[in-house]
Design a protein around this ligand. Structure first.
Ligand code: MN
Length: 745
């Protein structure tokens, strides 16, 4: 372990603060050395290594002299014979108070009983609220302890890591110390989940070794910026391991599915430059819809500012780019600490490292406001437990707390819906959820819950999860319960479907099969993972296996069956509407029968996103691998790829209910070109809402001085409903054109 030396510390401080009070730093160093004497760290190194390292971290944050001196002194009150008065006498009240604040903070343990925890939390906030530097120093202390955690016993490591992940990383995040937060999280994660940590670290190393994509992308970006005459610095930074892990868990993604392992940054001299870079990027590369965020005109609560966009990059890679000024960058990296960047004192004031009054105001800017409001709350509260709950809600704002009708608290991730709530209570409750009441009124299942909501779940024994539910939940618990149910369901459906496909093909072509015959050829089935007859059916249902192959196994000498299997068999709609159901005794499940005719019982129906068919449009069903059946428009270009697989074509037709517009559930995508006008978006959304269509997503694609292009995904009843909506939209003053689009890109 490299250790920083006293003269290196002084050099580091002088580099950003030439007028630093070196005398103060040196006196603090000598005092700390004397006070700690022969004390050793768990690693066997002299204790002084630790306060020096903490002071070094604070110097990296470019903090003022007092903070760095306290970094050197921070353990003296606790671990040595030093006293507050002695420190005050030698270094002044500011240093003594900060040292005492850090000491108090260090004594707080978050492991105790709930009431003590509440009291301790209150102490923590009080200590921090007097001077936020107390927290900065405490975080530097924790960071160095985490970096050197290896020397401790494994129980003690786990305890410290847990506390770091639960308390200190969120605090660092809250005050915008993102770099420190990420390192704290990774260090803690490594201790708590060594296997997961190792897996992601390995994948990262493999990914890094794959090609030199990052430098190539950076080179290409630099080139484009140069061509556009924009002065800018380009960098690419890998996401931290813990945040990759969280993303994988939250979105149920495998490592290989992640598209944003690296965030590219473009730093420009001024705000105008940010928008110039954005314009250039959207001009040269295809923007990915729904990903643009303007945190410059609307900063995050902790003061963060940047433009974010995602584009398809120069090598076909999807990439996220963050655009900001140098100042925004400093705040993004170091949050509140960036407001402490040293500026030399004005003439006449001592160059002691104290901040001048103008800067005191800057300190009280956005990142500090949440703390102030917490402290204000704190003053009016008698019950520490109640305060703790409220404060925790504010501080750890990734969570929402809702209540059951009996008053039990359910903790959910932010953005959670009533369906997440139901699954958090019990997966059986989730699976049977039909609707929900929040605080007494019925709400849509996609509504995000707020803190304190009382949620009542209405169930039905006939209810089952469907694939659309995955879009309604944010918690990994709900998502995996839904996926588990769907997988089981799908397996059963595929088995049934495969059997029907085989039956249908055999009947059509005039040959016979039975279970025993299938059993006899089981070993010869030319697909993987076929252990029994049900697996054979499932493979048929998935389209991994075709009846023709079964025929050839059962009748090795018979030649091709009668029907021309190679020929496209396009469904005939009229026939489909009536007698085309396979097998006269088949029953159609209730759900599917609502929208479609010609669909077999238990078949999972999926409306293809490539063409998003609407009732009234000509359709065909394609039996698709692992998904049941996909409904496409008859004119969909993607149908060509199934031309050689007639067994996968299924004649289907819209039901009367769907054609009459009784169902409002079909997804349709539109693109508008509108005049750039402040009210344009609002006019469009209210027109859509008034026409009784649901907006699922809306995103602006391109925008210039006089026109912009907007994409929108809506839920609608049928083709007629859409046509009516399009004519209403076309009549709007701001509207230049409207079109239905196929796919997002
Ligand atoms: Mn310490």
């Amino acid at each position: 372990m490299d250790m920083i030396r006293q003269y290196e510390l002084v050099e580091k401080i002088r580099a950003y603060n030439p007028k630093a009070d070196v005398g103060l730093i040196n006196r603090a160093y000598v005092y700390s050395m004397k006070a700690h004497g022969n004390q050793k760290r768990a690693s066997g190194q002299p204790y002084l290594v630790h306060p020096l390292a903490v002071a070094g971290i604070l110097a990296d944050l470019q903090l003022d002299d007092a903070s760095i001196a306290v970094g050197l002194l921070h353990d003296t009150l606790e671990d040595t014979l030093s006293t507050y008065d002695e420190i005050k006498g030698l270094f002044g009240a500011e240093v003594a108070e900060l040292t005492e604040g850090v000491t108090k903070l260090s004594k707080i343990s978050f492991e105790d009983k709930a009431t003590e925890q509440a009291e301790n939390f209150r102490k923590l906030l009080l200590a921090m609220s007097k001077d936020i530097r107390v927290l900065l120093i405490k975080l530097a202390d924790r960071l160095h302890n985490m970096r050197t955690l290896g020397a401790k016993g494994s129980e003690s490591q786990k305890k410290t890591a847990r506390e770091t992940l639960d308390i200190y990383a969120p605090l660092a995040d809250r005050i915008g110390l993102h770099v420190i937060k990420a390192e704290l999280e990774d260090l803690a994660f490594k201790v708590l989940e060594p296997d997961e940590y190792g897996m992601i670290a390995r994948k990262m190393a493999e990914w890094r070794a794959q090609d030199d994509l990052v430098p190539r992308v950076m080179g290409a970006l630099q080139m484009e910026l140069k061509k556009a005459g924009i002065e800018a610095e380009v960098s690419g930074r890998e996401k931290a391991i813990y945040s990759i892990y969280q993303k994988m868990v939250k979105k149920s993604l495998a490592f290989d599915q992640l598209t944003d392992i690296v965030a590219y940054r473009v730093v420009v001299p001024d705000k105008r430059g940010c928008y110039e870079v954005l314009g250039m990027l959207h001009d040269r590369f295809k923007a990915i819809p729904g990903r643009f965020k303007d945190y410059i005109s609307a900063p995050k609560p902790n003061g963060y500012q940047s433009l974010h966009t995602s584009v398809v990059g120069p090598f076909g890679n999807r990439m996220e780019v963050q655009i900001r000024t140098r100042e925004m960058h400093d705040v993004a990296e170091n949050g509140v600490a960036a407001h402490w960047l040293y500026k030399p004192a004005k003439d006449g004031e001592a160059a002691s490292g104290k901040l001048v009054s103008g800067e005191v105001q800057a300190r009280e800017a956005a990142p500090y406001r949440w703390l102030k409001s917490l402290v204000e709350q704190l003053q009016g509260v008698d019950d520490p437990a109640e305060f703790y709950e409220n404060a925790k809600l504010e501080l750890f704002s990734d969570n929402v707390f809702a209540f059951t009708p009996k008053g039990d608290v359910i903790q959910l991730p932010r953005g959670a819906t009533p369906l997440d709530f139901a699954y958090a209570v019990h997966s059986n409750l989730g699976n049977k959820t039909v609707s929900a009441k929040v605080n007494g009124s019925v709400v849509p299942l996609r509504r995000a819950l707020a803190n304190g909501d009382m949620v009542e779940i209405v169930t039905s024994p006939n209810q089952h999860p469907n694939p659309g539910w995955r879009e309604l939940v944010v918690s990994s618990r709900a998502r995996s319960a839904i996926n588990r149910y769907l997988r089981q369901q799908e397996q059963a459906e595929l088995t049934k479907l495969g059997r029907e496909i085989l039956e249908k093909a055999a009947k059509r072509d005039g040959w016979k099969w039975d279970i025993n015959a299938l059993q006899a050829v089981l070993k010869k089935i030319p697909v993987h993972q076929v252990a029994n007859v049900d697996d054979v059916f499932a493979a048929l249902g998935q389209g991994r296996l075709f009846p023709r192959q079964i025929h050839d196994l059962l009748f090795p000498t018979a030649g091709a069956p009668r029907a021309d299997e190679g020929k496209l068999v396009p469904p005939k709609r009229k026939k489909a509407a009536k007698g085309a159901k396979p097998g006269a005794d088949e029953q159609v499940s209730k759900e599917d029968s609502i929208a479609l005719e010609g669909v077999m019982e238990g078949m999972a129906v999926h409306y293809a996103r490539c063409c998003s068919p609407l009732p009234g449009e000509e359709i065909v069903g394609i039996i698709s691998t692992g998904r049941g059946i996909s409904i496409h428009m008859r004119t969909c270009r993607n149908l060509e790829q199934f031309a050689e697989q007639p067994d996968r074509w299924l004649p289907v037709a819209w039901s009367q209910a769907a054609l009459h517009g009784d169902l409002r559930k079909f997804v349709c995508r539109l693109r508008f070109h509108v005049k750039s006008d402040h009210g344009a978006l609002a006019t469009i959304t209210s027109t859509i809402a008034n026409s009784d269509a649901n907006i699922i997503e809306i995103a602006s694609e391109q925008r210039n001085v006089d026109a912009m292009s907007i994409r929108c995904e809506i839920e609608i009843r049928n083709k007629e409903h859409l046509n009516k909506l399009i004519s209403q939209l076309s009549a709007l003053k701001v509207m230049l054109s409207v079109e239905k689009i196929y796919g997002w890109n």
